[in-house]
Write a protein that binds this ligand. Structure first.
Ligand SMILES: *[C@@H]1O[C@H](CO)[C@@H](O)[C@H](O)[C@H]1NC(C)=O
Ligand SMILES: CC(=O)N[C@H]1CO[C@H](CO)[C@@H](O)[C@@H]1O
Length: 236
């Protein structure tokens, strides 16, 4: 209860800073959100710094059942980013969904200036999970370790799910899934969902929804990776 109250209090504090007030004021400095590939390269480096990163992963794992498929899904995920003071950036997946270029050719998955590429088949096996702690929705989509780019040698200590295992960053990027991420599909989901309740249910659908599909397109464990924050900024 205390945890819920303090989360609510900090959520309010977080939104208080962006709430609209009637007193006219001028902004001395306006920060513009930029799509990730429109940032200068040194800003990429800043955004992917890993200070206290595991605390963010752990918070998301610990609260998983309370922050997905519920009304606070979007505000909670925004709250997780609250406190980051740089210009917020995002992964506009419609730029990849609308493009004829294969998804792995996207600057997002570039091995040098991006987040690295696909998992290598046969390099990862899900650990035994007799107590059902990992709650992996698509076990077949844990193809293998990302073995290029800045996360090649990254050791992840948390996960899958609530298991604690040392492992690599796992992906299984599937080309056909990018067709969920077109502007057309985004517009369709916006049009179909008038009340907020309907909206969050539609976007959260794992197969067609723009939130669920972002996860499934990348496969493996996007939620313990910086790309997760780019994905959620875009939903915002
Ligand atoms: C990935 O890391 C391994 C182990 O450190 C190394 O042998 C390999 O050269 C790296 N691959 C790339 C593409 O950087
Ligand atoms: C709306 C849409 O295009 N949905 C597709 C999302 O991707 C899966 C896997 O390719 C398809 O089965 C869906 O039809």
């Amino acid at each position: 209860m205390i945890k819920t109250l303090s989360l609510t209090a900090s959520l309010l504090a977080c939104f208080a800073s962006v709430s609209v007030v009637n007193t006219p004021s001028t902004c001395s400095k306006i920060q513009v959100r930029r799509e990730w590939r429109d940032l200068a390269i040194d800003q990429h480096t800043t955004r992917t710094a890993t200070t206290r990163f595991e605390e963010f992963q752990a918070t998301h794992i610990y609260l998983t059942e309370r922050i997905h498929s519920v009304g606070q899904f979007l505000p909670w995920h925004r709250h997780l980013e609250c406190g980051y003071h740089g210009p917020e950036t995002f992964w506009d997946w419609t730029r990849d969904g609308n493009s004829n270029r294969p998804i792995l050719g996207s600057p997002i998955f570039d091995p040098v200036t991006g987040f690295g590429g696909d998992g290598v088949p046969g390099t990862y096996t899900l650990p035994p999970d007799p107590d059902g702690l990992s709650s992996v929705p698509f076990p077949a989509r844990w193809k293998g370790c990302v073995q290029d780019g800045p996360f090649n040698a990254t050791v992840i200590n948390l996960g899958p799910g609530r298991l604690l295992t040392k492992h690599c960053l796992v992906r299984d990027i599937v080309e056909s899934w990018k067709f969920n991420m077109t502007s057309e599909n985004v517009a369709k989901q916006m049009d179909a969902s008038k009340p907020y309740e309907q909206f969050r249910v539609i976007i959260d659908n794992l197969v067609n929804g723009i939130h669920g599909s972002g996860h499934v397109l990348v496969g493996g464990e996007i939620q313990i990776h910086p790309l997760f924050y780019m994905h959620h900024s875009n939903l915002d």
